[in-house]
Design a protein. Sequence first.
Length: 215
Amino acid sequence: MDIINPDIDEYLGALLRDDDPVVAEMEALADERGFPIVGPQVGRLLQVLALSIGARRVLELGSGYGYSALFFARALGKGGKVVMTEYDEGNARRARNFLGRAGVIDRVDLHVGDGLQHADELDRAGERFDIVFNDSEKDEYPKALDVARKLLRPGGLFICDNMLWYGRVVDPDPDDADTAGIMELTKQLMAAEEFTTTLLPVRDGVTVSVRKSVV
């Protein structure tokens, strides 16, 4: 299912085209390998949201080879930090290479392993974040809300990608764990008293949830 009219999608893609050769190389690799990245529309959205709240610390659950992290790192500026989590060592190596050549590797802390497990370690260490970005395994999406509850500061943002999941969320009785996980997280977010959430039909759907200062 086309979430956005293909002509509009093409227009937006051209409008938001990035001149950075590293970004172009990352996008070409995604096309070549069929690897899921957030793409320029969501990348720019992440950058704008981070800038809008003056974010300095971002936690990513599922970082791939660093495409979204690059947009966050641009917004944070020097002294900011993106804590990346990626299970695949090959993707982690590519991320280090891309982000190094993009000139933002000093703004990145890359953890190889399970993102949810690392989030528990960060919580025990007393770490807190301005943004938690969730692009992890879709069947584990509902677990990400607990991460946001523990690690987000008041006024911080919990952002989730793929929340329309190619239109599969309109199926009232999904028979796959990925769609069910996304739909469950959506229900949780809409019912969560400590968050105010909206779902944007950008690319494959992005939820943006603000952690309330007062519930």
